[in-house]
Design a protein around this ligand. Structure first.
Ligand code: SF4
Length: 81
């Protein structure tokens, strides 16, 4: 399966489980530099993902209604969901 994406952003690890995403667009509204909705209506990372404020990254993950965004801090501790 090719359903998971992972990036290091702002010192943290963000994972997308594309098998869960329903394309609601909540995360892209909060962090459009990081997330984009693709042609299949499922979210993916932008080609280039800049470091953004940690709080906004956390908020973007936490607002996902289906917990498709998993965020770990710099110590590998899962902080969202
Ligand atoms: S908030 Fe969740 S369900 Fe909505 S587009 Fe982002 S990853 Fe997908």
């Amino acid at each position: 399966m090719d359903g998971t994406r992972e990036r290091e952003i702002s010192g943290m690890t963000m994972r997308i489980d594309r098998t869960l995403c329903i394309g609601s667009g909540n995360c892209t509204n909060i962090a459009p530099e990081v997330f984009v909705i693709k042609e299949d209506n499922i979210v993916d990372f932008q080609d280039q993902t800049p470091d953004i404020e940690e709080g906004r990254l956390e908020e973007a993950a936490a607002i996902c209604p289906v917990d498709a965004l998993i965020l770990e801090d710099e110590n590998g501790e899962q902080i969202v969901p």
